[in-house]
Design a protein around this ligand. Structure first.
Ligand SMILES: Cc1cc2nc3c(=O)[nH]c(=O)nc-3n(C[C@H](O)[C@H](O)[C@H](O)COP(=O)(O)OP(=O)(O)OC[C@H]3O[C@@H](n4cnc5c(N)ncnc54)[C@H](O)[C@@H]3O)c2cc1C
Length: 469
């Protein structure tokens, strides 16, 4: 019997996997294949890379339980697939479509040279299908979200992988590179399912109130699993829809709706990347492509290391370097601080986040940075500058998020934890923390930076002469 190759990419799961399903439905032998592309291996991004390897090992274990295995090869993907297709006598290859510029260039070559069929699965709806009546893409979230919700739903179709997935004769696989097990985000499909269940039972119906609270586990923490497809995005949409229907009261309905909208933000940024791939190297809004950013390596370093003297910013940056994941509100606060307070190019921050986040995703990371810096698609006015102290007081009212990630401030009472610079010498002694020695003094005076930022953005706007497109 001939073989169908399932080219595993960002879909490291068996259940609810539309690509595997298509391969199984051919009735051919199915051989799962993963190609480790040297162009995508990034030693600067250890958390993400390690999560990927752990996810591959977990997928391989699930496949082995079904009499199959993951066939792994190193090298240029198209060449490797062509070789394997010959070895396996494969007549067809199925793969999930990916929308990054690199993936699209690579996949165009695959389409020309291999018997390949593309399947939509990275997003619930294909980005080319959610467009305006004239076929042009949406560039603002709310109309995109409304159009998305009005599309015929393809969210049903829950699918369990067969109990047996026998492949053809054994072809030797290269070993999966070693990895460090992630104790906070174990990279397995069952773990993703468990998190979803926990969130549905305890979190989803209060999401609208608690999602912004830095000190609570008010969100699903599913982003690393979505990043590598250890869970299906359609499954999450279906869960949100079901929760909306079963919500006991209007607050719960609102929460389910809010969570669904966050999932649509993910679809929106994938769509922006698909239609406007230039965002990976340029501001979406042409008015903000000539901001005279500061070249301030010491400030950049202080931000990266969580030593800015602004506790909530430092907590966010230390959470990032410690566990490779940061609460959404904390990402916004830290990103705003870099771009709007330090006036350092948002692309420096985008790069840093990309290399340190376990869930680092080109589309969501770029979208989040452009939005926060006020240079992107949406109507976030560029002159809105987050005040990190007020953000901290509002979203971490007792200071517990700060105490967790900035332990040198742990003894401070709530009234001082967001503003340790207000401590008297007596208080420094009492709480055993000396500013400038145990915890840094503020690296900027915010009473002056707002003006500097607005002038820099204004300069870019003034210098822009072409019509907005
Ligand atoms: C500067 C910045 C950088 C970011 N970088 C990334 C990134 O690299 N990868 C990433 O997945 N998310 C990124 N986000 C979006 C968001 O912070 C994370 O998706 C969220 O914190 C993940 O936590 P969660 O899974 O508990 O989310 P939940 O609140 O439970 O939301 C469920 C899912 O919806 C999606 N989602 C939620 N909010 C957003 C959003 N604003 N934009 C896009 N998708 C969203 C995510 O897939 C998330 O897992 C970034 C946001 C900012 C402001």
């Amino acid at each position: 019997m001939s073989t169908a190759i399932w080219w595993v990419r960002r879909d490291l799961r068996l259940d609810n996997n539309p690509t595997l399903r298509r391969a199984v439905e051919t009735g051919l032998f199915v051989q799962p294949v993963f190609i480790l592309d040297p162009a995508l291996l990034n030693d600067d991004a250890p958390p993400r890379q390690s999560f990927l390897m752990e996810g591959l090992a977990a997928l391989n274990a699930l496949l082995r339980q079904r009499g199959s295995y993951l066939l792994l090869r190193h090298g240029e993907p198209i060449q490797q697939l062509a070789l394997l297709a010959r070895e396996l006598e494969a007549s067809i290859i199925f793969a999930e479509e990916d929308y990054t510029p690199y993936a699209r260039r690579r996949d165009a070559v695959a389409t020309q040279n291999l018997p390949i069929q593309w399947v939509t699965g990275l997003t619930a709806l294909h980005p080319a299908s959610v467009v305006k009546a004239d076929g042009s893409p949406y560039t603002v979230f709310t109309p995109f979200m409304k159009a998305w919700k009005s599309m015929p739903s393809s969210l049903t179709g829950e699918w369990k992988a067969p109990a047996k997935l026998a492949g053809p004769a054994l072809i030797e696989s290269h070993p999966i590179p070693s990895f460090k097990k992630n104790t906070i985000f174990p990279a397995t499909q069952p773990e993703a399912e468990k998190r979803l269940e926990r969130f549905i039972d305890d979190g989803l119906f209060s999401y609208a109130e608690s999602r912004d609270r830095l000190d609570l586990d008010g969100t699903s923490s599913l982003s690393p699993y979505l990043r590598f497809g250890l869970i299906s995005i359609r499954q999450l949409f279906a869960a949100a829809e079901q929760a909306k229907q079963q919500a006991p009261d209007s607050a719960a309905t609102k929460s389910a709706e809010t969570w669904m909208n966050e999932l649509i933000w993910r679809e929106f940024y994938q769509s922006i990347l698909y239609h406007f791939p230039f965002v990976t190297y340029s501001a979406f809004n042409p008015r903000f492509r000539a901001i005279p950013w500061r070249d301030a390596p010491q400030d950049l370093l202080a931000w990266q290391q969580g030593r800015t003297g602004f506790p909530v910013v430092d907590a966010a940056m230390r959470q990032l370097s410690t566990i490779g994941w940061v609460h959404n509100r904390a990402r916004m606060i830290a990103a705003s601080f870099l771009a709007k307070d330090l006036l350092i190019n948002w692309q420096e921050g985008e790069r840093w986040f990309f290399n340190h986040l376990v869930d680092a995703d080109i589309a969501a990371n770029n979208g989040g940075w452009q939005w926060t810096a006020g240079v992107g698609t949406d109507a976030a006015p560029y002159f809105r500058v987050f005040n990190p102290t007020l953000q901290g007081i509002k979203f971490d009212p007792e200071g517990n998020y700060i105490r967790r990630w900035v332990p040198e401030l742990a003894n401070l009472p709530t009234k001082l934890i967001h503003q340790p610079e207000l401590m008297t010498a007596l208080e420094e002694t009492r709480y055993n923390v000396r500013l400038g020695r145990d915890y840094p003094r503020r690296i900027i005076d915010r009473s002056q930076t707002r003006e500097r930022t607005l002038n820099a953005y204004q300069l870019s706007k003034d210098g822009f002469t072409q019509p907005y497109s």
